[in-house]
Ligand binder design. Structure first.
Ligand SMILES: NC(=O)c1ccc[n+]([C@@H]2O[C@H](COP(=O)([O-])OP(=O)(O)OC[C@H]3O[C@@H](n4cnc5c(N)ncnc54)[C@H](O)[C@@H]3O)[C@@H](O)[C@H]2O)c1
Length: 517
């Protein structure tokens, strides 16, 4: 195949060739008319008519067939090649090459066939100039039109749209769905992730032209600077997630969840980032019989919860006129994403029911707010597009009042959808118990959940029925099991350890981490 035809889309190629063919003929007719006017000026009416007839005759019998030389010359000079990635000067050079080759071939052949043609040297000059002007302006016009359409289709009225959104922890359960959705709506995305649990969740989007993946540890200062540099906003999700996973390696949890968050904040401030969205957790409320809102006292009862509340404080302390972070206290997540997790209560109980195991609920009276993973993504994206004045420097519980449930409610909902399932009760040491008000996020930015427990349970059941999930007990679906096998990565090198130590000054955390070690 000719190199010039590679990759070019056929329909675009033919319309381009046709447009250039029209340009050649417009230029040719302009040159012939100019020649006719000049010659006719000096002669009688009879001469004028004779010149016109001869010009028309030459046009149809000589110039029209010879004009096919131009598309051939353009084709061979790379004018119709796919120009993605070409610099402007390279494109202009290829067009000049094609034009020159076409003109030389056209003139030589027409002079050889008809030495006394109507196209004298002046007419040839007119032919060249008109053709060059039309070829370049038609391409510039096409480029401007395409750009205008692209910009309109992509993102109307959004500031900083050309700069990517940084998703730290973008390969995780929530992050991978967040990244897919950002790409779907046309945003540029940069992911910083250490791929603690692998890159499987991003595999479907890895080749996307709007995705940039920085594989690295957010505890590393150089990596953090590289990732934050040039982005529009930051969504920070990276963490060692869940109470049992944090207990696995308390030092790693302290560094990743708290110290690295503080460091990222400093880097983001240094880069002039204004929108910084942070994933905290409703588990900061600990155990309470009250309905908790954003002003309620927080009493985290685990290291995980403590790292989240200390990070929140650090974020709020760093708020100033130019840096206005938004903190989301997420309800307990359920549902499927490109990185499914079966260490989340609704997902785990549904997986058990799907595989015929009894549903065991521990302390069924405990209240917990729930949210589908896709609603978490919607909430973050609504905040990303909301005016900073509405969401900057604020804490929001992320969920919906109607999704506060006791664990018994969850089990009963599953049992309704799996009539054959058996439900068992068992005591546990887990004291978490909180009902949460989500009024603030509803009234401030109009957020409400769109998916309830039934939706999530049916979605998981369908995945089991389609055999998309074979063994939900596999370590890949559980943070704690995974880290038990693979171990938590330590911060690399002495420098990182010192940087992490400098950012790990939350007194309660430091003692908590030490107490566990
Ligand atoms: N899933 C929930 O129920 C829930 C509830 C409340 C809050 N949250 C918060 O939401 C966020 C995302 O949770 P998730 O469920 O997607 O968790 P996840 O464990 O699936 O994902 C965490 C991601 O962070 C990455 N990561 C971990 N340490 C890193 C490091 N040092 N450097 C770079 N990347 C690192 C991991 O590779 C992973 O891709 C977390 O901050 C979590 O605390 C989650």
């Amino acid at each position: 195949m000719l190199p010039t035809l590679e990759k070019a889309s056929t329909s675009h190629l033919f319309s381009r060739i046709f447009a250039d063919f029209l340009v050649v003929h417009t230029s040719l007719l302009a040159a012939l008319v100019a020649s006719w006017i000049r010659n006719a000026h000096a002669g009688s009416e009879m001469v004028m008519i004779g010149e016109a007839k001869s010009g028309i005759d030459q046009y149809f019998h000589l110039f029209l067939p010879l004009s096919l030389i131009f598309p051939a010359a353009f084709l061979l000079s790379g004018v119709y090649q796919d120009h993605v990635g070409w610099s402007l000067s390279r494109r202009i050079k290829s067009l000049i090459r094609g034009l020159a080759a076409g003109l030389i071939a056209f003139t030589s052949v027409s002079l050889a066939l008809l030495p006394n043609s109507s196209l004298g040297s002046r007419s040839l000059l007119i032919f060249c100039v008109v053709m060059a002007v039309l070829l370049f302006t038609s391409r510039a016009g096409e480029w401007a039109l395409l750009n205008a359409v692209r910009n309109r289709v992509k993102r109307p009225n959004l500031p900083g749209v050309e700069r990517p959104v940084l998703v730290v922890g973008g390969a995780g359960h929530i992050g991978s769905l967040m990244v897919a959705e950002l790409l779907r709506i046309g945003r540029k995305v940069r992911v910083l992730d250490s791929l603690l649990y692998g890159d499987g969740a991003l595999r479907n989007v890895l080749q996307h032209p709007n995705l940039e993946l920085v594989v690295g540890d957010c505890r590393n200062l150089q990596t953090a600077i590289r990732a934050v540099s040039g982005v529009d906003s930051v969504i920070h999700l990276a963490a060692i997630v869940g109470d049992p996973a944090c207990e696995q390696d308390r030092q790693a949890a302290l560094e990743t969840n708290y110290a690295a968050t503080r460091m990222l904040v400093e880097v983001a401030k240094g880069q002039g980032i204004q929108k910084f969205l942070f994933a905290s957790s409703c588990s900061v409320y600990g155990a309470s019989e009250e309905l908790m809102n954003e002003h309620s006292t927080t009493v985290p009862i685990s290291l995980y919860g403590q790292t989240k509340i200390d990070s929140e404080r650090a974020l709020l302390d760093s708020t100033d006129a130019t840096f206005r972070p938004t903190i989301f206290r997420l309800a307990t997540v359920f549902g499927l994403s490109p990185r499914p997790r079966f260490d989340l209560v609704v997902n785990l109980l549904t997986a058990k029911a799907s595989t015929g195991s009894p549903i065991t609920i521990f302390n069924g009276d405990q209240w917990r707010p729930f949210i589908h993973v896709s609603d978490v993504v919607r909430g973050f994206l609504m905040a990303l597009d909301a005016p900073l004045a509405k969401v900057g420097g604020e804490i929001f519980n992320l969920g919906d009042n109607k999704l506060n449930h006791t664990l018994t409610d969850v089990a009963m909902t599953i049992a309704r959808l799996f009539p054959e399932a058996t439900v068992e009760n068992a005591p546990t040491a887990d004291r978490r118990n909180y009902r949460v008000s989500f009024d603030k996020i509803r009234t401030r930015i109009g957020f409400q959940c769109t998916k309830d427990l039934t939706f999530g349970i049916q979605e998981i059941r369908a995945a089991f029925e389609a055999r998309e999930i074979l063994d939900y007990t596999s370590y890949q679906y559980s943070n704690q099991k995974f880290l038990l096998i693979a171990g938590c990565p330590t911060s690399h090198g002495e420098t990182d350890e010192k940087v992490m130590a400098a950012f790990s000054d939350a007194p309660k955390l430091a003692s908590a981490a030490a107490a566990g070690s």
